[in-house]
Design a protein around this ligand. Structure first.
Ligand code: FAD
Length: 394
């Protein structure tokens, strides 16, 4: 088998690249370990930045999203028993879009497979990459139906297999630099079968720990609770979860949260990494395969799309016009935004976790950061710009 581009991973990054290639009539094959049904139902992120939505729209990938996504223009910080609304939409004219990741993935698969006729193999096992530093790279995998090893040859391999994938491990240690950081806290990620308890995202800074409320749909709300790193989700009974959420997100004049059945409960490792450069020979990494940002600032899916736009366009330019400038500048162009978002996540992490750190100095500086956002229009604008993500011309 031979395809100009082999894409490993059918997440937001891989499927967006596949769609961009198919729109330019470039053949590609997507390899995915899970089933189509599974990826269409896997709940994760939900916040998309305005430039990312425009980027999808320009590539014909946002029709359903624009009909169904919610627009958010405000968020609310709750600390020291009070509520502080931050109206970023009014301040900047820019808003956030809330669209559950599984819906975006569903749209992208439908468009790639059913409309643009893209090739995909679901349920593959033991994916391995070969000859990446030659101009004839290949990818092998075990076919789920026959149990046989298959080999696909290509000109390029796009490594889009997320934080637990294999493509990243194909980079030789002496050619890739990995930077890591750990927030030293855990987050219990919850999905509740309950309508949102506010019209916007809520951040609770409380001595017991951070708590977050993120509307996902009329019926489902994502919540986060700071917990010890590596904590067992079974330590968090239904009653304990709701008691902590009510306490940490409670504030003067705020109605109690609407409680509901918990349909997801897992502890996230709150750590980050960045791989530089994101390219080795004919392998180009994109999304979480290249860089992870813990969901502190809701940046991961946005960065995956940013990489995908650049890589998809770069591959098309190279394969259809022989123009290699996009691919040559790919890693550097991605990493500018990656490091910007990493830095903001660190800044915001301190705001979220300083109050509960047990260190009065950190608690004091956290409050100073919050007061600055609400006391200075310059600080408010700077915060809004980072919170919403730099608007790029895509
Ligand atoms: P993925 O979505 O991980 O896709 C990778 C694909 O590759 C998967 O389908 C996987 O099954 C497949 N795969 C894995 N290994 C292999 C292999 N060996 N061979 C073939 N296929 C393989 N980001 C935001 O922007 N906003 C948010 O609000 C937000 N909230 C989040 C909440 C949670 C609980 C989590 C876990 C993440 C959140 N994120 C958020 C991050 C976001 O979900 C990721 O950044 C995003 O999914 C990255 O997309 P991707 O395409 O790079 O990788």
């Amino acid at each position: 088998q031979r395809f100009p581009v082999v894409i490993v991973g059918a997440g937001p990054a891989g499927l967006t690249i596949g769609n961009i290639l198919r729109a330019a009539s470039v053949d590609c094959l997507v390899l995915e370990t899970e089933t189509r049904r599974f990826i269409e139902q896997r709940p994760r992120a939900g916040v998309l930045e305005e430039w990312a939505v425009r980027g999808l729209e320009q590539r014909g990938l946002a029709d359903t999203l624009l009909e169904r996504a919610q627009r958010h223009t405000e968020c609310e910080f709750r600390f020291a028993g009070e509520r502080y609304r931050f109206a970023y939409g009014e301040l900047t004219g820019v808003h956030h879009w809330v669209y559950p990741q599984q819906l975006l993935v569903t749209d992208l698969v439908r468009e790639y497979v059913d409309v643009r006729g893209g090739a995909v193999r679901f349920g593959v096992r033991d994916v391995e990459l070969h000859d990446l530093d030659t101009d004839r790279p290949s990818v092998s995998y075990t076919c789920p139906q026959t149990g046989r090893r298959e080999v696909v040859h290509g000109d390029f391999v796009a490594g889009c297999d997320g934080a637990r994938g294999v493509t990243r491990t194909a980079l030789p240690a002496d050619r890739a630099h990995i930077s890591r950081s750990d927030y030293g806290v855990g987050w219990l990620a919850l999905l509740a079968e309950a309508p949102p308890s506010s019209d916007c995202v809520l951040f609770g800074m409380h001595p017991n720990g951070f708590a977050g409320h993120m509307p996902r749909s009329a019926e489902v709300t994502r919540y986060y609770l700071e917990c010890p790193p590596g904590d067992n989700p079974e330590n968090w009974s239904h009653d304990r979860v709701w008691t902590e959420l009510q306490q940490r997100l409670g504030a003067n004049g705020a109605p109690p949260l609407t409680e509901g059945r918990l349909i997801e409960k897992r502890v996230l490792d709150m750590h980050n990494y960045v791989i530089e450069p994101m390219v080795f020979g004919r392998l180009f990494l994109a999304g979480d395969a290249a860089h992870l940002t813990a969901p502190i600032a809701a940046k991961g899916m946005n960065l995956a799309l940013h990489d995908a736009f650049l890589l998809g366009d770069g591959l098309v330019a190279h394969l259809t016009k022989g123009d290699g400038t996009g691919l040559d500048g790919y890693s550097e162009a991605c990493l500018g935004r990656v490091w910007d978002y990493q830095e903001f996540s660190h800044w915001l992490s301190e705001v979220y976790h300083g109050t509960s750190s047990g260190d009065p100095y950190r608690a004091g500086t956290t409050l100073a950061r919050l007061r600055r956002i609400f006391g200075s229009s310059t600080a408010a604008r700077a915060f809004a710009e980072q919170y919403l993500g730099k608007n790029a011309d895509y």
